[in-house]
Design a protein around this ligand. Structure first.
Ligand code: ADP
Ligand code: 5GP
Length: 190
């Protein structure tokens, strides 16, 4: 059986990755969205097992020990990890999967899965990014500053992704992302 495609979507925090993925979901009902584990607390609109598996640091560390992660990283002070079994079972059974992970995690996935398709979501300029981080209303000033510094580093690594989508006008970005997924779903992952 042909394997499913493995997509890795990364973006600087605030670029609009969650907004884009939410728009894409109903357009690709057969696509699986990997749910990561994290030690951060749920935001008010997030649910256990839907947005993330929210776990304690102790639970996360025991999962690392048991080799349960395809990759894991500390991002903005919290631990995040991709469940390995979920990803391999899905692609082996021919389902395509989207991983929503940070740039460092993406590089690790590319080194393990040569056929993974990297998509980097970016913004027209840094002022737009800052405006979006503020408009989201979930981050303190200190956390916005950290995210802006990290964004600079992440953008430097953008060339390791096969595709880059500039999220300027949302409808255009949705269309561009959908066309990448449409093109790739017909291909074998390996
Ligand atoms: P990320 O998941 O990348 O951290 P979000 O999806 O939370 O980013 O988006 C950050 C903020 O920017 C949100 O307030 C969202 O509504 C807004 N946003 C996303 N895409 C656009 C766009 N194309 N134009 C204007 N605002 C956008
Ligand atoms: P947030 O807390 O805003 O949902 O996510 C913070 C960052 O962690 C984002 O860049 C997101 O892509 C990344 N992230 C989410 N899950 C994982 C994961 O399983 N592994 C890695 N490496 N990064 C993740």
């Amino acid at each position: 059986m042909a394997k499913g495609a493995l997509y890795v979507i990364s973006a600087p925090s605030g670029a609009g990755k969650s907004t884009l993925i939410n728009r894409i979901r109903p357009m690709f009902p057969d696509m699986l969205y990997s749910i990561s584990c994290t030690t951060r607390s749920p935001r008010k609109d997030e649910a256990q097992g839907v947005d993330y598996f929210f776990v304690s640091r102790e639970q996360f560390k025991s999962m690392i020990k048991n080799n349960e992660f395809l990759e894991w990283k500390e991002v903005h002070g919290n631990l995040y990890g991709t469940p390995a079994a979920f990803v391999s079972e899905a692609v082996d059974s021919g389902r395509s999967v989207i991983l929503d992970i940070d740039v460092e995690g993406a590089r690790e996935v590319f080194s393990k899965f040569k056929g993974a398709v990297g998509i980097f979501i970016t913004v027209p300029n840094m002022a737009v990014l800052e405006e979006r981080l503020r408009s989201r209303g979930t981050d303190s000033e200190a956390s916005i500053r950290i995210r802006m510094i990290n964004a600079g580093h992440e953008m430097e690594l953008a060339p390791v992704f096969r595709y880059q989508v500039v999220n300027d006008r949302l409808d255009n970005a949705v269309e561009e992302l959908a066309s990448i997924l449409n093109e790739q779903t017909s291909r074998c992952w390996k």
